[in-house]
Design a protein around this ligand. Structure first.
Ligand SMILES: [Zn+2]
Ligand SMILES: [Zn+2]
Length: 472
């Protein structure tokens, strides 16, 4: 399924020169176009907050109010009495939803008899993005962050020019409750009767403060106020009387803003390279490799598949995991995997020893969430016998998938492999509870050489491919 990502830009001031900078929300490193400083975008808190920018001011509000009155057949304002800006809080919950479903086809013979084919397990996914008011103020019930055509500017802090005027409304629904509400409403939306397994991947809760202007005016018929969406700049509805003041905010624990810091190697201080959405950076000066986790650059060891072939191969990152399963302390070996996945492992492998079974998840950018499965499954099933070196390839694709999400995807792959080869024993009940529980050891970034071949991008040590159009 195609993802429909809204246009969202982060709007900040450069910490060095103060110039305004806009960049896509998914970016992790940028260069200030004014002073050329290299910058890293970090997240000190798991739950981030943003304020949506609004460009309206007293003059444009007056204009919008007059235009609204004309359109609605109201008497024109005699005087603009009061102008207020409220930042109203919304919880936003997004991520990816994956599910496995069992499909059986029926084959019909000429004489009308039908035969059910063996059940097949399919993997499917879609993005979800829901929001709801984080406050129980009655007039907020009709508001929504909505789907917007224009680019939305997300500010980590309240825009300076609005600080005097804006009143930030305190969220009343706390984080845990919000998360619970989000899971509940997702469950209602997506209840899929044929799904035997569902998982949310990379789900993120964000607190979004939305600008709502209140224009209080007087005309021949009396006192009115108008609510104006500060982003779309449209007046939504008018009410008679005076707008009732709402309580002002105070701080809200556990929620923080992104921080923009100099993009330096934590070891030697050299500038690191700018690489859009990438989470991993090689220091050109001291050769250390860094992975961005929250607000920290953590040094990681990477491995690269040795390959003597064509020099025009580019290296693509994968997260490689070993797994602990069945609630035990024992690590999943190839021999155990063979009994669990029966006919799903490559027949050509015959590992005599108890070598450790590894899961492979593509860590490079994909255009749609479903694009990685064939490659992930093929690599994992075939357990490639590759020689690994500890060098970082110079011609490499960006690593954009966080380790945590990759581990969640490896979990989906585990169920996929188990259900996919369950055959008769599990055919009647594809039941998650019957599958041994699994968790993963810290992942290892591993680079594989890949090369374009027609419409495909082929992994060079195994020959497995992914469609080029699915790769960013
Ligand atoms: Zn700058
Ligand atoms: Zn360095």
């Amino acid at each position: 399924m195609e993802s429909t990502r809204p246009n969202e830009d982060i709007k900040v001031n450069c910490p060095q020169c103060g110039s305004p900078i806009n960049f896509p929300e998914s970016y992790r490193s940028i260069r200030c176009p004014y002073c050329s400083k290299v910058l890293l975008i970090t997240s000190p808190n798991r739950v981030l907050k943003f304020y949506l920018n609004t460009e309206l001011n007293a003059r444009s509000i007056k204009y919008i109010t007059e235009r609204y009155c004309k359109r609605e057949g109201l008497a024109l304002p005699k005087s603009m009495e009061k102008l207020a800006l409220y930042y109203v809080p919304f919880w936003r919950f997004r991520g990816l939803q994956y599910w496995l479903k069992v499909r059986t086809d029926t084959y019909e013979f000429e004489d009308g008899t039908r035969l059910e084919t063996e059940a097949k397990v399919q993997i499917d996914s879609k993005h979800f993005d829901i929001n709801f008011p984080a406050s129980e103020i009655p007039w907020m019930r009709d508001l929504s962050l909505g789907i917007r055509a224009q680019t939305i500017e997300l500010c980590p802090d309240l825009p300076v020019k609005l600080r005097e005027l804006a009143e930030v409304i305190k969220p009343e629904i706390v984080m845990d409750t919000a998360r619970e509400m989000a899971y509940n409403s997702l469950g209602r939306l997506s209840r899929n009767p044929s799904a035997c397994y569902e998982e949310l991947i990379g789900e993120k809760l964000t607190l979004v403060y939305f600008p709502l202007w209140v224009s209080q005016f007087l005309n021949n018929s009396g006192n009115f106020y108008l609510l104006i969406d500060g982003v779309s700049e449209q007046a939504s509805s008018h009410f008679e009387g005076e707008f009732k003041e709402v309580m002002e905010s105070d701080s809200f624990e556990g929620v923080g803003s992104i921080k923009i810091v100099p993009h330096h190697c934590p070891h030697c201080g050299a500038d690191l390279t700018i690489d859009g959405e990438s989470l991993a950076f090689l220091c050109q000066n001291c050769d250390r490799f860094w992975y961005l986790e929250g607000s920290q650059l953590r040094q990681v060891e990477v491995t690269t598949a040795k390959f003597d072939g064509s020099i025009d191969s580019k290296y693509f990152p994968f997260w490689r995991f070993e797994a602990i399963f069945n609630g035990e302390r024992s690590i999943l070996t190839f021999q155990q995997a063979k009994t669990l996945f029966t006919n799903k492992l490559s027949l050509l492998i015959d590992e005599p020893t108890d070598s450790i079974f590894k899961f492979y998840i593509p860590a490079f950018g994909l255009k749609n969430p479903g694009a990685c499965w064939t490659l992930a499954t093929n690599l994992t099933r075939s357990q490639p016998d590759i020689e690994l070196s500890e060098t970082v390839p110079s011609h490499r694709a960006s690593c954009t998938l966080p380790e945590e999400e990759a581990a969640q995807l490896a979990g989906v792959l585990w169920y996929y492999l188990i259900f996919g080869c369950a055959g008769h024993s599990l055919r009647k009940s594809f039941n998650r509870d019957e599958v041994p529980d699994i968790h993963f050891r810290p992942g290892r970034l591993t680079y594989f050489p890949m090369k374009e071949d027609g419409i495909y991008l082929c992994e060079q040590t195994t020959g497995f491919a992914i469609q080029k159009k699915g790769v960013i």
